[in-house]
Design a protein. Structure first.
Length: 273
């Protein structure tokens, strides 16, 4: 099975299934998410948001696998390529498990797929168990800053597993005033495409959040967006980062940018008292 991957989540899943050899083309973002792809010299195509039929047509493939986010134009382009298409649109952890199951089935590795899903569920269950009897903190998670957009439903599920209460409607837009009114104990910014480079101090200042409890107690964090916004097994690393921001007394505090280590799950915190 020869596959064109149009999102990092697809390439990550194939990597975790031990089937990178199935890829015949991928995006530049896949190279960042799966470093092992950098040495393979695969054709590079645009992602599900911006791909064009003329770049897909020359690639020899049995299947194009795309995933959120999409645009109408990009979906049209994918269909015009003439390749069979598997279009994924997960919203929940359950959807992500099903996507892993589908991809594993396509490459004839259903057992590996179930094992990968089992590992993810076990990790989530273990962290949920550790937080089941402790006080839940109110957590505001932001996927984008202009306009303000709440993180997706699967992030809300991870926040709950990590011992938090997700504030707001997943995936919906909001305002700085509405966030302030919800009185978050913890603020997490994971802006799409920003990596771990969200300007936290400027964000707080522009929104006049200096008096919020989360700010006064230094509980404003950036978690690298690929750990929360990519619907793939890497969400488990995002879960660990969330657990450490919400309940550092159990999972260990995340260090400041100056002292962070590679194993800190690419997450940073900034004290904003």
């Amino acid at each position: 099975m020869r596959i064109i991957s149009l999102q990092p989540s697809v390439s990550i899943i194939l990597d975790r299934l031990g089937c990178l050899d199935s890829l015949t083309a991928c995006t530049k973002y896949c190279l960042e998410a799966v470093p092992a792809l950098r040495e393979r010299q695969l054709p590079i195509v645009h992602d599900s948001w911006s791909t064009k039929p003329e770049e897909l047509l020359p690639v020899s493939a049995d299947l194009v696998i795309a995933s959120v986010p999409y645009r109408q134009e990009s979906l049209t382009a994918i269909l015009k390529s003439g390749h069979p298409v598997l279009a994924l649109a997960p919203k929940t952890l359950r959807d992500i498990y099903q996507d892993i199951r589908l991809i594993a089935s396509v490459i004839h590795q259903p057992e590996r797929g179930e094992a990968l899903i089992g590992d993810m569920k076990s990790e989530i269950a273990a962290i949920r168990f550790l937080t089941s009897a402790i006080t839940r903190l109110r957590v505001y998670c932001e996927e984008w800053g202009k306009p303000l957009i709440h993180s997706q439903q699967w992030v809300a599920e991870l926040v709950e597993a990590a011992g938090g209460e997700f504030l707001g409607e997943p995936g919906a837009t909001t305002t700085a005033e509405a966030v302030a009114g919800s009185e978050p104990d913890v603020i997490v910014a994971a802006w799409c495409g920003a990596g771990d480079r969200v300007p936290l101090e400027r964000m707080v200042g522009q929104r006049r959040w200096h008096d919020l409890t989360a700010v006064q107690t230094g509980r404003v964090y950036c978690i690298a967006d690929e750990l929360l916004n990519t619907p793939a097994p890497t969400l488990i690393e995002g879960l660990r980062a969330l657990a450490r921001t919400i309940h550092p007394e159990i999972f260990g505090a995340i260090t400041s940018p100056e002292g962070r280590q590679i194993d800190e799950f690419l997450a940073i915190t900034s004290k904003l008292k």
